[in-house]
Design a protein around this ligand. Sequence first.
Ligand SMILES: Nc1ncnc2c1ncn2[C@@H]1O[C@H](COP(=O)(O)OP(=O)(O)OP(=O)(O)O)[C@@H](O)[C@H]1O
Length: 258
Amino acid sequence: MRAARLVADAISWTPRRSAAPLLHPTSFAVETGQILGVVGPNGAGKSTLLRMLYRFQAPVTGQILIDGQDVWAMPPRAAARKVAAVLQEQPSSFGLSVVEVVALGRTPHGSGYSRGGAKDAHIVDAALSQLDLLHLAGRDMVSLSGGERQRVMVARALVQEPQVLVLDEPTNHLDIRHQLEILRLIKDLDLTIIVSLHDLNIAASLCDSILLLEQGHTLAFGPPHEVLTEARVSHAFGVQARHETLSPSNAKHFSYHL
Ligand SMILES: Nc1ncnc2c1ncn2[C@@H]1O[C@H](COP(=O)(O)OP(=O)(O)OP(=O)(O)O)[C@@H](O)[C@H]1O
């Protein structure tokens, strides 16, 4: 089993030269192979939280543990074999082709400047195929659409063979079909996943648990049906939220009004 249990124990983040935390001490656990959705209004602290999980900025307090090991206490290369990230804004990877960008995901598994062997090539090909990118393999990254680039970044994260995958708004830029495909892929992956999402209906159907943030505080953490209540969503987002049952599917669906 590749997935691992992730625990955030009272992690917080405060910018340098500032007294006020942007994220107040936040605790949660994501069981092995489960999906945690991080939701909340703009500026709630979702990306700030994710940045600590994928080792971009260190928590000012608290610890992040993967199967009991402190992510911030291990060497960066070891951490990169445990956690991969797919971010909203990607560097444009100037001059690199799709296959070269995806292959970069193998870096934490290589030694020195080794180019990787047949095993790496096989892993890269499998990811290109899984993300419907084989026909784009030779294309320059800068020539891709936003959605194509997003799929390349998911492929790169997968070839990293992490135990934990962090995704910041992964459906941004994707058309409906590719949104559904990415969501199904996320659901099927044998990984522990932390994903920030703006669409609460997607979050409720995709995730095993939800962390609802507001102004750097945890409003609620737990199963979607417990966290995403009409009252809490209305309060957090400043709207009137209505939780309806759709017919004939009987699926629950939020709609919103000002
Ligand atoms: N390095 C920084 N220094 C100062 N303020 C910051 C820094 N990084 C983020 N912020 C502020 O912290 C708050 C939380 O930002 P964050 O990007 O985590 O929110 P978010 O929930 O991801 O928002 P969105 O839904 O808009 O992406 C925002 O008000 C943002 O302006």
